[in-house]
Design a binder for this molecule. Structure first.
Ligand SMILES: [Zn+2]
Length: 338
C-alpha cells in the first residue's frame, strides 16, 4: 500500500510516498480502507522533528474510510461500514482512562506522532478508536474535524467551562482549530470575537457566526475589543508568542486563557502580580477526552457544527499540501484524498 512516511526530520522534501505491506487486523482490531485524511499543524511539527518520534513514521492524525475486515472479537463493526477515526491513542484501562480522562493516560499518544498515522491507504486500529461516520457528511468532511473538533471542545467546554453570555476571544479563526472554536463557542451561547489575518479570512470568520471580527494585522485588537465589550471572559489561545500579551491584556478579572498550541513560539511572559490580583487562570489543554469526541460527532450529526474544507490534495501531492498549510493560506481544513 501507499503511505506517506518520513525517514528523517526536515522540510517538505523528507516526505516520501513509500510502498509498504498492508497491515492485518489482530483481535479487537479493524482494517480500514482510508478514503480521506486531513492535515494538522501537528504533521508539520512531527516532520520538522521533536524528541520521541520513532522513524520511519506514517504521518497523519485524522482519517475516514470504510471497514475492510475485522479481527476476532470485534463487536461494533463489519465489512463495508463507513467510519471515522478518533486520533487520540490511549490504553482504556488505567485510572485516568477509567475516569474518562483519556487524554491524561500515561500512554496517551496521537496517530501520526506516537504511532503510525493516516496518510496511507490502509490502517489497523483498535475498534475503540473508530466511530461510525455520520450519514449527513462526506468522507472529506469526516476527516476534517476529529482532531481540531475534539481539541476545541475540550478547551472551551471541559477546561474553560464557557457559559452562555460570556465573551470569548478566538485567535486565528481561519485555522483548523480556530474555525471549530468559533462554532463551538457559539453553540455554547457565547459572544464570539474572532480574529483573522486577511480580509478573506475575516469574511470566513463572519460566515462561521462570529459576533465581531478583528483583522489581527490591521486593527488594534485590544482597542476594538474594548469598544465592543470591555474585556473578555475567555481567550482561546493556540498562537503563543505573537498574541500572548494581548491575550492577557484583554482578559477580565476572573478570566481564563486556555491554550493548546504555540505556532509562533512557546516562550511568553506572565506578570504574576496581574495574574493573582485579577484572579485569572491560565489553562493548558491537549487533545480531548473520548467524551469530547463523542460530543463533537453529535454536534456534527445534528448539523450544528460544520467542518469547512478549504482545499484537497492527493496523497502523491503531500508536499504541496504541507507547503499550503505552512503558509497559513487556509480557511478551515486541508484534506488529503487517498
Ligand atoms: Zn490509560
Amino acid at each position: 500500500m501507499k503511505a506517506v512516511r518520513i525517514h528523517e526530520h526536515g522540510g517538505v522534501d523528507v516526505l516520501q510516498v513509500d510502498d509498504i505491506p498492508k497491515p492485518e487486523p489482530g483481535p479487537g482490531q479493524v482494517l480500514i480502507h482510508l478514503k480521506t485524511s486531513a492535515l494538522n499543524h501537528l504533521d508539520i511539527w512531527v516532520r520538522n522533528g521533536f524528541p520521541g518520534i520513532s522513524l520511519p513514521m506514517i504521518l497523519g492524525s485524522d482519517g475516514a474510510g470504510q471497514i475492510c475486515t475485522v479481527g476476532e472479537s470485534v463487536t461494533r463493526f463489519k465489512a463495508d461500514d463507513e467510519v471515522l477515526i478518533q486520533p487520540l491513542v490511549y490504553c482504556g484501562a488505567c485510572r485516568n482512562c477509567q475516569a474518562g480522562n483519556e487524554n491524561m493516560c500515561a500512554t496517551m499518544g496521537i496517530l501520526g506522532e506516537s504511532t503510525n498515522g493516516t496518510n496511507c491507504e490502509f490502517i489497523v486500529l483498535d475498534e475503540k478508536f473508530v466511530e461510525p461516520k455520520p450519514d449527513n457528511i462526506s468522507f472529506t468532511e469526516a476527516a476534517a474535524f476529529p482532531l481540531v473538533g475534539q481539541t476545541a471542545y475540550q478547551m472551551l467546554v471541559k477546561r474553560a467551562q464557557v457559559q452562555p453570555g460570556e465573551n470569548v476571544l478566538v485567535w486565528g479563526a481561519g485555522s483548523g482549530v480556530g474555525h471549530m472554536a468559533v462554532q463551538i463557542a457559539k453553540i455554547a451561547g457565547c459572544n464570539v470575537i474572532a480574529t483573522a489575518g486577511t480580509d478573506e479570512k475575516c469574511s470566513f470568520a463572519r460566515d462561521l457566526g462570529a459576533d465581531l471580527v478583528v483583522h489581527h494585522y490591521n486593527d488594534n485588537v485590544a482597542g476594538v475589543i474594548k469598544s465592543f465589550c470591555g474585556k473578555v471572559d475567555v481567550v482561546f489561545e493556540h498562537v503563543g508568542k505573537a498574541t500572548w500579551d494581548v491575550s492577557m491584556k484583554v482578559l477580565k478579572n476572573g478570566g481564563r486563557v486556555v491554550t493548546c498550541g504555540a505556532t509562533t513560539g512557546p516562550n511568553v511572559a506572565i506578570d504574576l502580580r496581574y495574574l493573582f490580583f485579577k484572579q485569572q487562570s491560565v489553562l493548558g489543554s491537549t487533545m480531548g477526552d473520548a467524551d469530547s469526541f463523542t460530543q463533537v460527532i453529535k454536534l456534527v450529526e445534528e448539523g450544528q457544527l460544520k467542518p469547512r474544507i478549504d482545499k484537497t490534495f492527493s496523497l502523491d501531492d503531500i508536499a504541496s499540501a504541507h507547503e499550503y498549510l505552512e503558509n497559513s493560506e487556509q480557511f478551515g481544513k486541508v484534506v488529503i484524498t487517498i
